[in-house]
Ligand binder design. Structure first.
Ligand code: FES
Length: 103
């Protein structure tokens, strides 16, 4: 059964914003896209850049190191120099809490 961990309150992450959290030892970025929450690894698949420090443009999170873009909904690498998708995590909202899947 999938385990979830509370990482924030819904109000802590406004639409268009992101928050870096730790889930069971993994660095994760939680993003609010127009009221829907997504979680993606805080590690760029190109060279380990901190995705959580990058800008969010629509559904794309931009690595601050070399500019690769990742779709936060799927983890897909949208532009070079990254080719590999970043891991994503299931998110659910329960009673105003944001919960992220823990492995
Ligand atoms: S480390 Fe992210 S684009 Fe290079």
């Amino acid at each position: 059964m999938t385990q979830y961990m509370k990482v924030a309150r819904v109000d802590d992450i406004q639409p268009g914003e992101k928050l870096r959290v730790e889930v069971d030892g993994a660095e994760v970025v939680v993003v609010n896209l127009d009221g829907t929450f997504y979680a993606i690894a805080d590690v760029c698949t190109h060279d380990g850049g901190p995705l959580g420090e990058g800008a969010l443009q629509g559904c794309a999170l931009i690595c601050p190191r070399h500019g690769a873009r990742f779709d936060v909904r799927t983890g897909e690498a949208l532009t070079r120099p990254a080719f590999e998708a970043a891991p994503t995590y299931a998110v659910k909202v329960l009673d105003g809490d944001v919960l992220v899947e823990a492995y």
